[in-house]
Design a protein around this ligand. Sequence first.
Ligand code: BES
Ligand code: MN
Ligand code: ZN
Length: 479
Amino acid sequence: MLFVPVFEGTDPLEDLPGLDTATGGDISRARESSEFRGRLYELFIARVTGGPYRALRLALVGAGRREDADAERLRRVAAACSYTARIRSARSAAFVVRAGLDPIRVAEIGADGMSTAEFDAGTYKSDRDTRGFPERIVIVSPAADPTALAEAVFRGRTLGASANVTRELANEPSNVLTPRVFAERVAAVATEVGLKVEVLDEQQIRALKMGMLLGVAQGSAEPPRLVVIRHDPPGAPASPVLGFIGKGITFDTGGVSIKPAEGMERMKYDMSGGAAVAGAMRALALLKAPRRVIGVIPMAENMVGGKAVRPGDVLTAASGTTVEIINTDAEGRLILGDAIWYAQELGATHLVDIATLTGACMVALGRTSSGLFGTPDAWVETVQNAGTLAGDRLWHLPLHEEYRELLKSEIADMLNSAGRWAGASTAAMFLREFVKDRPWAHLDIAGTAWAEERRAYQAKGATGVAVRTLVELGLRTHI
Ligand code: BES
Ligand code: MN
Ligand code: ZN
């Protein structure tokens, strides 16, 4: 099946001579009658009956307006192709990089997007959809240099497959993916691609005095873990050392400040930030990224119970900061605070943390973009640009100094929750307290890590958001 993205409006398909004749004039008929107009994800399938094209089927895919064709859009178009290929049981699927687009960049995006349907969330269904993913994915980019094209396709496949590793982890139910199992699975993913991994158990976490991570974990029968993944390419410069820190709450009941029953089942994806770090580290290793990167993933289950932390309790962070717990449901910032501190102890010079941190960020931005916070502005801008190139939409939200006052405690150095207003920003402000004078950015992916609705380009469930932004930062961003 040959997939051809077609732009809305005038798109004469001049770079694909003979295509219309190959389908016996079906294409021109469909376009003249407005059966196919190139509207986003619109589909028109024709039989190939002659001409120079070897495919049995031709699929025109609406790509929307040419001027809107950024990385995110093009990847989604390719992803829609991959779902069509799968539904139609295509054994081989080819994606055409249209003339006028950057042939290398779009080949990478095409290979990445075409990998989307390879992920299957149906593993727990007895009557699962057995229609397989195509055996072969082909990227057609006539204008590209063959060597550069092969490399771009490898990058794209690696990105797509790594994002699928993240999606697979985030989709797992919490009885399967406990902190211990999460740690084992991440360690296996990392070891397989030659990364160095360390899994710290509860004793080692205690030895590091991570009172916030331990405080969150103490209500659960499942012990916490802290996973450290290192990408240390030979000959890499001593600095920068990127530090990626991902929230790994395998289930969030809210703790004693318990969440309402409705929708609580979703809180299995509260480890999506941690899963994104794991997926990104995998890709960076396979792509032999030139700089040093450290991934730190604190893992715990936030439960209710006789041993659980209470509102009013005071916890002492590994950094020495004392924190009065106001709301046990503000647990992500606690485990991240200790992990951010540790990433710096390990030598990280530039930090990015990724977390399904606040409902407030979802209230502000919905499901269309992740919240972006940080200091200094230059680093925030660097991360923002990496997001745009990678096709992850990030929206910069403020960290006004006044927010810090809302975190003042009567008894300790800080509160863990400042209540309702500017909830995404005050959560970020809490994290900032653990950053020691170096560039730091925080991505709140609460609204973007999970798709509640099936779309042409996206299955319901975990999205793999932020993986590509992290890879962009480790691979080719100028720092
Ligand atoms: N994991 C949640 C945030 C979340 C909410 C993620 C909805 C995905 C969807 C986080 O731990 C949390 O509970 N945050 C609280 C903080 C509040 C108690 C200050 C929130 O957002 O309500
Ligand atoms: Mn919570
Ligand atoms: Zn949470």
